[in-house]
Design a protein around this ligand. Sequence first.
Ligand SMILES: C[S@@+](CC[C@H](N)C(=O)[O-])C[C@H]1O[C@@H](n2cnc3c(N)ncnc32)[C@H](O)[C@@H]1O
Length: 418
Amino acid sequence: MRLHPAVVGHTEEALREILRFTGPADVILSRYFREHPKLGPRERGAVAEGVYAVLRNKLSYASFAESGHGPAMRRLALLGLADVLGADALAGLAAEESDWLQRIAQIDRTALPVTLRANLPQWLFDKLVARDGEAAALQLAEALNRNAPLDLRVNVLKAKREDVVAELAKAPIVAEMTPYAPFGLRLHKKPALQNLPLFKDGAIEVQDEGSQLLAQILGAKRGEMVADFCAGAGGKTLALGAMMRNTGRLYAFDVSEKRLAKLKPRLARSGLSNVHPVVIAHENDAKIKRLAAKIDRVLVDAPCSGLGTLRRNPDMKWRQTPESIVELNAKQTSILASAARLVKPGGRLVYATCSLLDEENEAIASGFLASHADFTLVPMKDVLAEQKVALEMGDYLKLYPHIHQTDGFFAAVFERKK
Ligand SMILES: C[S@@+](CC[C@H](N)C(=O)[O-])C[C@H]1O[C@@H](n2cnc3c(N)ncnc32)[C@H](O)[C@@H]1O
């Protein structure tokens, strides 16, 4: 069925705002939809898909849009919509626009210059090529430009993974077990989950398999004192609380009251009562100092460039710059140093990011070790063996979409000497 002709115009208008990169694309798009309440769900879905296609493929589309007719932003909108929905679904096009789209469809995209195929900003692609070589960098870039599957985590307090698979099948939703995370499920389609009893009762949460693994490697146990230092809306907090079987004490710190507030309804669904959300002013807040050397396990899911999550947030690649990475590095070093003070002798500290860059990952981890003689690195292969996770790693956890089908993640585990 063809889409309403207004979809192209709305995609063009939304892009005009989003491509100014004054804020996150999802926030600007939600605002756009609030300002245009007459757009139906199908049209909204189409506009969103068109916008995200443009964000993913901005460089190659800009080169295609050098030909064509009408405003440049309309050409980008047409390219995005035609790619994800098919040119036949678009209504209200001028004859020359349809002809142009047909000509574009005949381009062999595998023959484009690598930078256009990668669709990454030059500084970022150059960094990845320098580290991984051109072929591997391109594979990574292409995987980052695809849609992510929908992963769920089963809340072990409420259900078993096999039972959830059977329950979802009745919906009918096909789910398979994730290969590495012990409580994960992967869906190939993206059904609405909010109204399923499984979701409302807290038996499932949406969480990428890689994110589940970051919580897993902290190894939190029953009865322990645990801190999630950068808890945000609590994706990992919820996984940690369930690993602790709702015992012990789990602090969820964050500087953002707004993000922590989003944890509340998720906590209510989850059935967890061992979580204590605490808003802090900064990483050296007095509330942190009071807990010095008292915590068994501390997770630092640090603020980062988010470049590992481009499958979901493709605008991040255009919003980050080499300068923003340097600023993040200072923050990451400072947060990790402060969080380390919480750790008991013999306790563990995990530094994690959803970044792909060495500067935010290995460099922060090795800088920490160099300045903290009382901590040692626990090789990731040992941690994964302890947790019975079937992944081959060296010293660090490094997950990639083209290899592990997860978002890009990094983690290092440290132990405080006794
Ligand atoms: C990667 S996000 C956390 C995502 C979250 N752990 C999850 O799994 O959903 C990083 C978080 O760090 C928080 N943050 C930024 N600066 C901080 C600081 N100085 N101390 C603690 N948290 C901070 C941000 O507000 C953000 O929520």
